[in-house]
Design a protein around this ligand. Structure first.
Ligand SMILES: Cc1ncc(COP(=O)(O)O)c(C=O)c1O
Length: 391
């Protein structure tokens, strides 16, 4: 494999990139001068195997319906076995148009309008939007910060329950904050869902982006009893930077839960998008070395970013155990969220995700995407240091 060059700057302006081409309309920033550190995709090309597979499709030139998923499903089961020690039967796997779509399908399959759906907040902001758009009731269980890391408070959550809660949507590893949940924490979540008869949707889209010294445990492996409650969600799109391929795996071991999900898929007329499926197979089969190069690169960006941020009085970056999504606490500045956001956006000219959109506990935070060239991280730090120089 030729070594990927993650330092290579790739111009994405004018390519229908949500991250860059919406910079002006969403943030009032010129893409020529602004730094886009919001939405979670990377500034890197995917593994060569993915580019070759897509190139092969273009050379062939006929883009008909996708059929015979055998090799695609095998690529997923092999990856889960090798990387996550998780034995998956191909018949458990459903292909959705990404995991936002997968989450929406879960809400529609396993809950009714008005049912309570639990989130540990702050968490990936689209979950709460889906809950609202599907007319379900959001139940927020605020994470508690302890020694700079998020922890769940299941006793507090238990006292909030009304009996109409039907589902937990869980993010593992956690976005934002990058927690890799320890096995005993996952076991406590499983026990909670079993005790209260809740469906547990475990979104593990970030499970390949884990830094050395941390061990991700697939929820399915925590305890066999959880299988009657568990919907697993994984994807190659975040790992290998191909989110535009909109392809995700919803993996369900329990036959009854599987039958219910299958009925929803049928009712919605869902079938796979061949580009996403071909990319996924090529990434799982040929992308492992690329991923081996990526993780240390992201780790170095995280180290540089944290050192720079923590040197600015009043700012603190939560130490990531996984993901490339830095979560920065501005409460030490004594500024209001509007004021510090203005400084970051208007003075430093950096687009981030706003903390309050992630739910309770996010007010004093901004989320920065570090999956970019290291030089861009350094430029962002220089701008932030100057913007907060009076603190
Ligand atoms: C936890 C989580 N789930 C899902 C998604 C998006 O998934 P998809 O692009 O497959 O819809 C993201 C994107 O950042 C995410 O962080």
């Amino acid at each position: 494999m030729t070594k990927p060059n993650f330092d290579e700057k790739i111009d994405r302006i004018g390519t229908h990139s949500a991250k860059w081409d919406a910079l002006e309309t969403r943030y009032g920033l010129s893409p020529d001068d602004g730094i886009s550190m919001w939405v979670a995709d990377m500034e890197f090309k995917p593994p060569q195997s993915v580019l070759d597979a897509l190139g092969g499709m273009v050379d062939h030139g006929v883009f008909g319906y996708y059929g015979d998923q055998t090799s695609y499903l095998e690529s997923i089961t092999r990856w889960m076995q090798k990387r996550h020690n998780w034995t998956v039967d191909p018949s458990w796997i459903f292909t959705t148009h990404g995991l936002v779509n997968g989450t929406a399908l879960c809400l529609q399959t396993y809950t009714e309008p008005g049912d309570g759906v639990i989130l540990f907040t702050p968490v990936y902001h689209v979950f709460s939007r889906l809950i609202a758009d599907n007319n379900r009731r959001l139940v927020e269980s605020p994470l508690v910060e302890s020694d700079g890391r998020y922890e769940m408070d299941l006793d507090a959550l238990e006292s909030q329950l009304t009996g109409s809660e039907k589902m937990v949507i869980f993010c593992s590893p956690h976005n934002p904050g990058g927690r890799v949940w320890r096995t005993q924490e996952l076991k406590a979540v499983c026990d909670f869902c079993i005790k209260h008869d809740l469906i547990l949707v475990s979104d593990e889209i970030h499970h390949d982006l884990v830094f050395d010294g941390n061990q991700h445990t697939v929820m399915s492996l925590v305890t066999p009893e959880i299988s009657k409650h568990l919907i697993m969600m994984t994807a190659a799109t975040k790992t290998f930077n191909m989110a535009g391929g909109h392809s995700g795996n919803v993996i369900i071991e329990d036959p009854d839960l599987r039958e219910m999900f299958s009925a929803t898929m049928k009712a919605m007329g869902m079938s796979p998008n061949s580009f996403g499926v071909v990319m996924t197979e090529a990434a799982y089969n040929g992308g492992e070395q690329w991923l081996g190069e990526l993780i240390p690169y992201l780790d170095e960006n995280r180290r540089v970013f944290d050192a720079g941020i923590n040197a600015i009085p009043g700012l603190r970056s939560m130490e990531l155990e996984a993901t490339y999504l830095a979560w920065v606490d501005f409460s030490g500045t004594g500024m209001t969220p509007d004021a510090f956001t203005d400084r970051v956006q208007k003075t430093a000219r950096i687009a981030t995700n706003y903390g309050p959109t992630f739910g309770a506990g996010g007010d004093n935070f901004l989320r920065f995407n570090l999956a970019c060239q290291k030089a861009v991280v350094e430029e962002a730090l220089a701008r932030l240091t100057a913007a907060f120089s009076d603190k």
